[in-house]
Write a protein that binds this ligand. Structure first.
Ligand SMILES: Nc1nc2c(ncn2[C@@H]2O[C@H](COP(=O)(O)OP(=O)(O)O)[C@@H](O)[C@H]2O)c(=O)[nH]1
Ligand SMILES: [Mg+2]
Length: 200
């Protein structure tokens, strides 16, 4: 074990927060089932993310909608947790919060103290995002939309996504590949910028 936490700073896999960090913020990564929340936090987190995934059983077949994601074999029972040091003095704690109806109780706790939410959207399943938007709005969370396009070939224009989701003009919409660290960081930074302008 490293006995000198500050020496390793924020290298991937480092379990210590740099001693220079003075600000910590809680950010929620939200979205419907199989939109890429676990993937997103996994690609960004500098610590091994805490995952509470379980193998899906026959019993969950009628509960979790597998249309279009037939190769998915796990489902998040509660949440994902990861950490990302964004600058010399700012660390983000990422909480992946499931959008399924049965986790609504969890939202109340998760929303407390959260700076805002990055709302992952699969443009091929836009209607599944409506209940998630209802939740972020109900809990008064500022949010940005990250379209995780799954490289399907179909181009979903920003204007279409905005109109379908009935977004306010100043709600940021960014495109990302949840598997890619840089792309995910870009989406998260769009949210943080939005939160900073709101706080100013
Ligand atoms: N092709 C592609 N697959 C993705 C992407 N993001 C997630 N996936 C896959 O989609 C499935 C669901 O992702 P997961 O992160 O488990 O979704 P969650 O239920 O929101 O946590 C997994 O098999 C991922 O590997 C992406 O950007 N592109
Ligand atoms: Mg998950």
């Amino acid at each position: 074990m490293d006995s000198n936490p500050s020496s390793a700073e924020t290298a991937p896999g480092n379990i210590y927060v740099s001693s220079a960090v003075t600000n910590a913020a809680k950010i929620l990564v939200v979205g419907h089932f199989a939109v890429g929340k676990t993937t997103f936090i996994g690609s960004l987190s500098e610590i091994t993310p805490l995952r509470t995934e379980e193998k899906m059983t026959q019993a969950s077949l009628h509960v979790d909608d597998l249309r279009g994601v037939a190769d998915k074999t796990t489902t998040t029972v509660a949440l994902d947790f990861g950490r990302l040091t964004l600058s010399d003095d700012l660390v983000l704690y990422l909480f992946g919060t499931p959008g399924q109806q049965r986790f609504m109780q969890l939202w109340e706790d998760m929303a407390r103290g959260a700076l805002g939410a990055l709302l992952l959207v699969d443009p091929a399943r836009l209607e599944e995002t409506f209940p998630v938007i209802d939740l972020v709005e109900r809990y008064g969370l500022e949010y940005a939309i990250a379209v995780n396009s799954f490289q399907r070939g179909t181009v979903y224009e920003e204007a279409e996504v905005r109109e379908a989701l009935d977004l306010l003009p100043d709600t940021p919409v960014v495109y990302c590949d949840a598997r890619d660290r840089q792309s995910s960081a870009h989406a998260l930074i769009a949210l943080v910028r939005h939160l900073l302008t709101r706080a100013a």
